[in-house]
Design a protein around this ligand. Structure first.
Ligand code: MSP
Length: 685
């Protein structure tokens, strides 16, 4: 068997709890369970307002790699992720689609879980904020903070950014817009419960000062300290103008503010108010990994909630940078998001995981581009790692029938390689402890590079030709052993590749049961039978790929031009010259009134727009060549006419499930609409 799936580890955690309980009964320290302690790591819980993009996969892949590494070093890991399902934003999306919020989130959250499975994300628990267990925790937290006198009733009048679910005072707005996302804010005036953030400001500043690891990296710590020093306003923690949330336990006219609800997931997932032994063991969290834009919530509101509850604060909140596309923040409304599923289907999950972990300097913003991705795959994965495995296995098969020989005497060359292998394992651990993921991977690739160089220096083919059999044994053994150690070091980052390489190395020990101690030199057993396998990372022909992409683009542009020309010639043709159709032919068309719910550009296709439309209760996506004539904003809310029974097709890889009707001349285009305000779904005949 190869490495074990995450659900088995989850079972182990359950048994670990039981073991803990026994230890506790015996009056022993619960951290002595494995001598290495625990590691509780979290990702943000994502909004199911849309499908996740590669930026979300970035955070989760990093968290997963850290969780896997800490398990490997013997820690009892709790790795938590989830979905942030309440709030005005979600309620509005569901309403715009004509469905109930619960039905809407159920569907989207299913797609989150599918994505995490595809990316081999080994989470131990997934908190949905609509779950009963979370509901109870949030209400109890609210009750306790209220009972302490830290929540009071008042009236809020100010601004609210629904996409960020954030309150803003007037003087923080930028050009009247949300200072975080730049989108318009709404004026809100309502009765509200307030949380006394201001009361805790000094204590929080002291904590930040005394715990330099609490906010990382340092640049973000400085930002947060300045923010607090500028003065903290008490925070609204309830809303009354919609009801998609957890009711305030003492006043069911109010629902709890979505961030108060969401942050509390970190307690729910650790067993707070459900399993006090587990909670005592895992809390406080070791690392909350979050994007830089939500640091304020995690390093100000969250610690103050915990202070009000008299609970210890998380050890570290790390605010990482953004993954940008063409140096711009990815966002659905800008139409520049990258689909992580399509990307993994095209290049393989581990290639994407590697790119995310290696390309972006952790903590800073980094850019995503297909070219950079392909270059990484070819250079680091196919050339360096893949080639080392391939040539080593090939030589073992050619010279020793695939059997790992016993080594003879080592020379300086071997001692150098052995030392580097041992120091690399320690270095990777040190870098992971310091959250330096790029450095950890660079260290592993230095070892890969050294092993490739070792082959060139030791020249096994010459040893074979000249009959230096013992020396050849030594070299082949060293290659197999270095590869074994490399697999142990990469498997936390590239789990599928680790499994595949392990199979080719033919090692019988279960990879999932290997621990950091197994990185010690000399554990591959002579006699191990290696197996010839497929290349783990085939090289990608960048030029051919670019040419193919270019060819598709040109073909699509030609098609678009042809369509426009057809429309233009039609306008010049006299009506009586067009062929006649029967009424039966016409009746085959299902023409309907549709309402445009959302519209966005399609990156790289400047004539096309992607529209989300409602035809009665049915939601559809269509692609229309109208970008030169309409802005996306101008379309939302329009009642248009569509051919509803047109066969679905893909334009520029984007699914189109219908076609809108428009009248056009060579330089103008107008959408067909109906003269009266008829509901969407109405038939046009
Ligand atoms: N629901 C809140 C978080 C509540 S946590 C108690 C939220 N959700 S979100 O769906 O908007 O996801 C935000 C997180 O996704 C970011 O903090 C970041 O971790 C990740 N990212 C979203 N876009 C990203 C990039 N383009 N690049 C890197 N990370 C990105 O905020």
């Amino acid at each position: 068997m190869i490495s074990r799936p995450w659900w088995e580890t989850r079972c182990e955690r359950f048994f670990a709890f039981r073991h803990l309980k026994i230890l506790e009964k015996d009056g022993k320290d619960d951290t002595s369970m494995d001598g290495k302690g625990k590691y509780y790591i979290t990702t943000p819980i994502y909004y199911p307002s849309d499908r996740l993009h590669i930026g979300h996969a970035y955070t989760t892949t990093i968290a997963d790699s850290l969780a896997r590494w800490h398990r490997f070093t013997g820690k009892d890991v709790l790795f938590l992720t989830g979905s942030d399902e309440h709030g005005q934003k979600i309620e509005r999306v569901a309403t715009s689609l004509g469905v109930k919020p619960q039905a809407y989130v159920d569907k989207i959250v299913g797609s989150f879980k599918d994505l995490w499975q595809k990316y081999n994300i080994s989470y131990d628990d997934f908190v949905r904020t609509t779950e009963e267990r979370h509901h109870r925790v949030v209400q109890e937290v609210f009750r306790r903070v209220y009972a302490k006198g830290d929540i009071y009733k008042g009236e809020y009048e100010g601004w609210y950014c629904t996409p960020c679910e954030a309150f803003w005072v007037e003087n923080k707005l930028q050009d009247g817009n949300c200072p975080d996302c730049g989108r318009p804010v709404e004026l809100v005036k309502e009765e509200s419960y307030f949380f006394r953030l201001s009361k805790y400001a000094k204590r929080l500043l002291r904590h930040i000062e005394e715990h330099p690891d609490f906010i990382r990296p340092e640049s973000r710590r400085n930002e947060m300290v300045n923010f607090i020093k500028n003065g903290l306003e008490d925070l609204c923690v309830s809303r009354t103008t919609f009801d998609w949330g957890i009711p305030v336990p003492i006043d069911d006219e109010h629902v709890i503010y979505v961030w108060f609800d969401a942050l509390t997931n970190y307690l729910t997932g650790a067993g707070f108010l459900q399993d006090e032994v587990a909670f005592g063991h895992y809390w406080p969290a070791d690392l909350h990994l979050v994007g830089k834009e939500i640091m304020r919530f995690h390093t100000i509101i969250w610690p103050i909630i915990l202070m009000a509850l008299d609970l210890p604060l998380p050890k570290t909140v790390f605010g990482h940078g953004w993954l940008l596309l063409d140096h711009d923040k990815m966002s659905k409304s800008k139409g520049n998001v990258v689909d992580p599923v399509a990307l993994a289907d095209e290049f393989g999950v581990d290639a994407i995981r590697y790119f995310l972990l290696r390309e972006v300097s952790f903590g800073q913003d980094g850019n995503f581009s297909r070219q950079a991705l392909i270059e990484r795959i070819n250079a680091d994965l196919a050339n360096d790692l893949g080639n080392l495995l391939h040539r080593s296995i090939a030589m073992l098969l050619r010279y020793r029938d695939g059997i790992v020989p016993s080594p003879g005497e080592s020379t300086d060359l071997e001692r150098d390689l052995e030392q580097l292998a041992s120091s690399t394992a320690r270095d990777v651990n040190k870098h992971i402890e310091g959250l330096e993921l790029n450095a950890a991977l660079s260290a592993i690739w230095r070892l890969v590079g050294r092993a490739n160089k070792y082959v060139d220096e030791a020249e096994p083919w010459v040893l074979h030709k000249s009959g230096q059999s013992e020396r050849l044994d030594t070299v082949l053994y060293h290659l197999a052993e270095t590869l074994r150690i490399i697999v142990l070091l990469i498997k936390s980052f590239l789990p599928e590749t680790g499994d595949k390489m392990w199979v080719q190395l033919g090692i019988k020990q279960d990879l999932g049961s290997c621990s950091f101690a197994d990185t010690a030199w000399g554990r591959i057993e002579p006699g191990t039978q290696v197996v010839k396998g497929e290349p783990v990372f085939p090289r990608i022909d960048l030029d051919a790929l670019m040419e193919a992409e270019e060819a598709t683009k040109v073909a699509e542009e030609k098609q678009e031009t042809k369509n426009t020309l057809t429309q233009e010639t039609t306008t010049q043709t006299k009506v009586e010259e067009t062929p006649q159709v029967s009424i039966e032919d016409f009746a085959k068309l299902d023409l309907r009134v549709a309402e445009v719910k959302a519209a966005e550009p399609i990156p790289g296709a400047d004539r096309l727009l992607k529209l989300q439309i409602a035809i009665g209760t049915e939601q559809r996506q269509i692609v229309a060549g109208i970008a030169k004539h309409y802005t996306p904003e101008a379309l939302v809310g329009k009642h248009i006419v569509v051919v509803a029974n047109l066969k679905p097709a893909k334009l520029r890889g984007v699914l189109s499930e219908g076609m809108l009707l428009a009248a056009s001349t060579s330089d103008s285009l107008g959408l067909v609409t109906v003269e009266k305000d008829l509901p969407s779904g109405a038939r046009v005949k």
